[in-house]
Ligand binder design. Structure first.
Ligand code: NAI
Length: 434
């Protein structure tokens, strides 16, 4: 097993990808966008090795931070791969080749997820890569094909596109963003297209072959079956992740998984074996680090105090592209499906003074509220700071807040968060600045 703590998020997920998103954004800005601010830069060059080294530095600093927290909190780290022997004992094949057994009165399964594999798509993490390989490519590929325009495809597609790759995303569904509000998905696709990413929607990949240093990608339209052949230097397979329980020996403990391979839980995070609890990507719910963290805290609270709390209706999602996309609560389709009457308040960043000042005014805020009570049911944002702005929306929803509550809260001027206030004003009466 991995020699460092922190799981997928820290080692090969959220953290290294955000480092690359930041540096690729800086590079792209320096190369293409500085002149409009009256700053003339010339001879902007990419030092690939340094770019990767900065990413690795941020990962190792945070990994060491967790190691420090383990020590501080007197947590033993048994380095190896664990397998249930029975309902209280785990055998660990240690990384150093030896073996040991640990016992627990309470056990929490938090084994996470791994990329979904498609039979016949042979991942080598060099030319045909998952997110792991896409975080460590040795050079900028001339042409990259991304299979799946979900969160990983959009984030890592953006990284390599900004660094100079010609990126094409092939997506099975008619819209990008894996569950994003349809209006935002449409807007966001337009923005990504303008940034240079090409999309082949409603299309599936039928085969991948490596020929003469290239990858030949055969595709087929979902409707009508029209076939096409594409060629790339690197193909990123980002079609979702699956719960990881390989070799965990769940059967030895009598812990059940559902048809999707998820270890199911009840409200107290208990599996079907009461003292074995489960949290994170390996169980039901969105595969997000912050959801896993909240579940971890709550599961431990159940063990120590007998109660804990995670509000699954208020878990934010963020895509860390530029602009970012962030949302919390329900989207329009979900409200329609549930027959909930709602009102919409929206506000474009093109009318927000701060966004105009910094010439970064792509995107909008859209607030969905209960038509009768004005309670906020969902907020959807495309904007350069959307991931930070969504925190205020989650807090308001956690307290059962209404659009009037946010609209009557004084927001500093000039800030991007005034766009949220204006969208809320639009939902409950009318916006000031449109
Ligand atoms: P995803 O579920 O976000 O997107 C997968 C996309 O691939 C979907 O749009 C799907 O329609 C498409 N797809 C599936 N099979 C396909 C095929 N054969 N051909 C073409 N398209 C196909 O999954 P992704 O991007 O791999 O991410 C995995 C998980 O990691 C997600 O649960 C995501 O939430 C999480 N994640 C979250 C991040 C964040 O919060 N910023 C960053 C990265 C990952």
């Amino acid at each position: 097993m991995r020699e460092t703590l922190g799981g997928t998020c820290l080692n090969v997920g959220c953290i290294p990808s955000k480092a690359l998103l930041n540096s690729s954004h800086l590079y792209h800005t320096a190369k293409h966008d500085m002149e409009k601010f009256g700053i003339e830069v010339s001879d902007v060059k990419l030092n690939h090795q340094k770019l990767m080294a900065q990413k690795e530095k941020s990962v190792s600093a945070l990994c060491n931070g967790i190691q420090y927290l383990f020590k501080k909190n007197k947590i033993d780290w048994v380095k190896g791969k664990g397998t249930f022997l029975n309902q209280n004992e785990i055998q660990v094949a240690l990384n150093n080749g030896e073996s040991t057994t640990v016992k627990g009165k309470n056990i929490i399964i938090a084994t996470g997820s791994v990329p979904t594999d498609i039979p016949g798509f042979e991942i080598d993490e060099k030319q045909i890569v998952t997110s792991t390989g896409a975080l460590s490519l040795e050079k900028v590929p001339e042409k990259m094909i991304v299979i799946g325009a979900g969160v990983i495809g959009l984030e890592l597609g953006s990284v390599w596109s900004r660094l100079g790759s010609k990126v094409t995303a092939v997506e099975f569904l008619p819209e990008i963003g894996a569950g994003m509000d349809a209006e935002l998905a449409k807007n966001f696709k337009r923005i990504m297209t303008k940034q240079g990413i090409a999309f082949k929607m409603g299309t599936k990949v039928t085969s991948l072959k490596k020929v003469d240093g290239k990858v030949i990608v055969e595709t087929e339209a979902v409707k009508g079956g029209k076939k096409d052949t594409l060629e790339a230097d690197v193909v990123l397979v980002s079609i979702g992740r699956r719960p990881y329980t390989d070799g965990l020996g769940l059967e030895n403990a009598g812990v059940q998984v559902n048809q999707r391979g998820q270890v199911e839980k009840n409200d107290h995070f208990e599996t079907n074996v009461k003292h074995i609890k489960v949290i994170g990507d390996v169980t039901t719910g969105p595969m997000l680090a912050h959801k896993a963290e909240d579940e971890g805290v709550a599961a431990v609270e159940y063990i120590t105090n007998g109660f804990g709390h995670v509000n699954y209706d208020v878990i934010p999602s963020v895509i860390y592209t530029h602009p970012e996309v962030a949302w919390v609560g329900k989207n329009e389709q979900q409200l329609k499906d549930e027959n909930i009457k709602y009102k919409i308040g929206s506000f474009p960043f093109s009318a927000n003074s701060r966004a105009k000042t910094v010439d970064d005014a792509e995107g909008m805020v859209k607030v969905l509220v209960d038509a009768e009570t004005d309670r906020i049911l969902g907020v959807h944002i495309i904007g350069s700071n959307a991931g930070e702005m969504i925190g205020e929306c989650g807090l308001a929803m956690e307290y059962g807040g209404s659009s009037e509550d946010i609209a009557r809260t004084c927001h500093a001027h000039p800030t991007l968060s005034e766009a949220l206030k204006e969208a809320c004003m639009a939902a409950y009466s009318s916006a000031l600045h449109v």
